[in-house]
Design a protein around this ligand. Structure first.
Ligand code: COA
Length: 376
């Protein structure tokens, strides 16, 4: 990083169905908590970056920068960033660029999404905006369908069994049970996952992250210090359509962003103790562990076998929050909420490094943030 950037405030709403709250209400709740948790005041914020994908469709609302700015007394300038499910990490990355250049000293980053006020069909179609409108949409695919294809191919290439894939959601639900901000706070067994309703073969209901409302906010500052600093902020891109890729069982954007992030933080992968990774579907969690370098291709499930047994020597702790599956996935809020969860885990444990991995579409955009606990 060109300058030292601190995570000096954070806040989020519970993720879930918030039929009684508007997009503005959700943003306001997350922002207020972030400001209250920070050493700075609202008036110290000199820029807002808003992450959002579905404002127009879910809430008839565009101009989200101005909407967020109106929530602060001095109406600072604001910018909206959209990159599908990676909107949150891209908003954070944009904030880092402003802070590194010196054009801003304290930036509020807020990601918000309202997905449950319109029918699931409308949201499924809107989410397909994260795929290629010419190459992917005419086939009738939805995102569960896209990841169903990925899961089928992965099972064919590596012999992954249905019962092993079910460990992923079972682990995430066991963790989200302990998280007061999570949408789902109940444990599920691998058998329940395997027997849940078929959505897009081989993926079942409990392999899928749900449709959710929610907001998350961080204050990043070069002036107002804290014990957590951003050690790296990196992004990478891939083809929008899977049809243009040589393989669909690996996501090169994850590899590129994580290699750049480790270099920027000047650490090794083995220095990372906590990982929040983008498990939009169970199969994605396995591929992510492999692309990030924590497992060899086809062996991501070995880590979940250890996590399922809660082996304390598991080399990396994955989605201690419950991940997207357990916590819910209000798309643009997710990347910011992941950074909050990594920061909380570092503060609670005293460990030094954690990594937040967020992607949009089928990893057509990837954002990675490495956080450091400076007193660890
Ligand atoms: N995990 C666990 N439970 C879920 C769930 C999920 N993913 N989705 C719904 N449920 C529960 C609901 O709470 C509801 O429970 P209830 O009857 O006790 O209230 C029940 O299952 C049925 O829910 P419903 O809303 O009717 O499900 P649905 O069939 O409309 O939607 C999916 C299910 C999986 C299709 C939908 O959640 C989905 O599309 N998820 C993927 C979202 C996505 O693509 N995100 C972008 C990723 S890149």
């Amino acid at each position: 990083m060109q300058r030292e950037i601190f995570l000096s405030g954070m806040g989020q709403t519970r993720f879930g169905e918030h039929w009684d709250k508007s997009l503005s209400d959700l943003m306001s709740e997350a922002i207020d908590t972030a400001i209250t948790s920070s050493p700075c005041t609202a008036l110290d914020i000199d820029l807002i970056i808003v992450g959002n994908m579905l404002g127009e469709i879910g809430s008839d609302q565009a101009q989200l920068g101005s909407l967020a700015s109106s929530l602060l007394p001095h109406r600072p300038p604001a910018i909206r960033v959209e990159s599908a499910c990676a909107s949150g990490s891209l908003a954070l990355h944009t904030a880092c660029a402003f802070l590194e250049s010196g054009r801003a000293k304290t930036v509020l980053v807020v990601g918000a999404e309202k997905m449950t006020d319109v029918s699931p069909d409308v949201i499924a179609q809107a989410l397909m905006g994260a795929a290629d409108a010419e190459a992917d949409r005419p086939s009738g695919l939805t995102f569960p369908g896209i990841f169903g294809l990925i899961a089928s191919r992965y099972m064919y290439e590596y012999g992954l069994r249905r019962e092993d894939l079910s460990l992923v959601s079972a682990v995430h639900h066991a963790r989200s049970k302990e998280n007061p901000f999570a949408q789902f706070r109940s444990e599920i067994s691998p058998e329940t996952v395997s027997e849940s309703a078929l959505v897009a073969d081989p993926l079942r209901l409990l392999d899928c992250s749900p449709i959710s409302d929610g907001a998350a906010a961080c204050i990043l500052s070069t002036e107002h210090g804290s014990t957590i600093r951003i050690a790296a902020s990196q992004i990478a891109a891939d083809t929008l359509s899977l049809t243009h890729r040589p393989s669909i069982t690996t996501f090169p954007a994850t590899k590129e962003a994580s290699e750049k992030a480790l270099l920027e933080a000047r650490i090794k992968l083995s220095d990372i103790r906590f990982l929040e990774t983008h498990d939009c579907f169970s199969i994605a969690a396995l591929i992510n562990l492999e692309d990030l370098g924590f497992a060899d291709p086809g062996h991501g499930v070995d880590i979940y076998r250890r996590l399922y047994k809660r082996k304390s020597d598991a080399e990396i702790l994955v989605n201690e929050s419950g991940g997207l599956k357990g916590c819910g996935h209000p798309v643009a809020a997710t990347g910011i909420k992941q950074v909050i969860d990594v920061a909380k885990a570092l503060c609670k444990s005293g460990e030094r490094f954690g990594l937040a991995h967020n992607f949009g579409g089928a990893a057509a955009t990837c954002g990675i943030h490495i956080l450091e606990h400076t007193h660890a």
